[in-house]
Write a protein of this length. Structure first.
Length: 299
């Protein structure tokens, strides 16, 4: 079963305490698509400008990502730059230049419209909604977001939340959205906005899945060196949905394992700059780390 993914297709300039890397391949759709591609065929929707390097297109292709929905437009590629504090837990956005995403209204290729698994990765909620409206009969829709959209497009986001099955956000975004510090209470408030499932990411402290069966707590995989966490959240949700799309049976039954798989793919993402480590990862490496998580959490 293939996965439809819309989100940013970007160039990222990333600064850490020890290194500065300009114009790496980034964007929520890029990270999520590569993560999902370990499990399922991916149909990607996005836009790039004239400055988007050909080698990045080749990298998408190497992962078997279908690019029929990637538009090449007149203008510059979405460019995000960010800086991490020495602890690697706090980051500051230095600039966000939307470029070709300004006023972008994606037109889905016919072959994408029957998609059952849909990931509305982080991008303007109006773009996420526009894509969702073109999918005929989705079985499971997941949306991600970030603080920028909570700040400048909250009404659009609230409209979208009524239409999605699962919503993924980090703890600070959950606090901002609900004005609530306690995550259990925040989860209840977010369910009331629409989604049956809510997943709160807590960085190195793992994640919480909330749904009709109650709560499930997944750890983050303990890794020795975090090189660059950019895209970890997108890799998490891409891995999660890619895995889910390939499993038989009810979503509810497979979702807990899917959250663990997402955490595992995110852990690889953190071990290199941009997509450098994720693209060298294999399915066997992912399966091994899933077994490690199983051992670490069994009692
Ligand atoms: P994450 O670290 O999972 O939050 O995702 C970081 C990725 O999100 C980077 O590759 C950025 O290019 C992308 N990004 C940053 N800001 C935005 C935004 N406002 N909309 C969509 N994508 C963004």
């Amino acid at each position: 079963m293939s996965v439809l993914i819309v989100g940013s297709t970007a160039l990222d300039s990333i600064k850490t305490a020890t290194k500065e890397n300009p114009k790496l391949l980034g964007g929520s759709a890029s990270h999520a698509a590569v993560a999902a591609s370990f499990f399922a065929p991916v149909n990607m929707v996005g836009a790039v400008g004239h400055d988007f390097p050909k080698k990045y297109i080749q990298l998408y292709r190497k992962h078997g990502i279908n690019l029929d929905g990637l538009q090449s437009l007149d203008g510059t590629t979405f460019h995000w730059s960010g800086e991490y504090a020495a602890d690697m837990n706090h980051r500051r956005t230095l600039s966000t230049e939307l470029g070709v995403f300004e006023g972008f209204t994606p037109h889905l290729p016919d072959s994408y419209r029957d998609s059952e698994f849909v990931l509305l990765a982080n991008i303007a909620p109006s773009i996420q909604m526009h894509v969702l409206e073109q999918v005929k009969n989705p079985k499971f829709v997941v949306a991600d977001t970030m603080d920028l959209w909570l700040n400048i497009a909250l009404p659009d986001l609230l409209r979208l939340l009524k239409r999605v099955d699962a919503f993924v956000l980090n703890d600070s975004e959950a606090r901002q959205l609900t004005d609530e510090r306690n995550m259990v209470v925040a989860l209840k408030k977010i369910h009331r906005l629409g989604p049956k499932y809510v997943i709160i990411k807590k960085g190195e402290h793992g994640s919480i899945l909330s749904g009709p069966d109650g709560l499930f707590l997944a750890p983050a995989v303990p890794i020795q060196k975090v090189v660059d966490p950019t895209g970890a959240g997108d890799s998490f949700v891409g891995g999660l949905l890619g895995y889910l799309a390939t499993q038989n049976g009810q979503i509810e039954k497979n979702l807990r394992k899917a959250v663990v798989v997402g955490s595992v793919v995110a852990s690889f993402c953190c071990e290199g700059f941009g997509l450098s480590r994720t693209t060298k990862t294999t399915r066997v490496m992912i399966d091994d780390r899933c077994k490690l998580v199983e051992r670490l959490t069994k009692f």
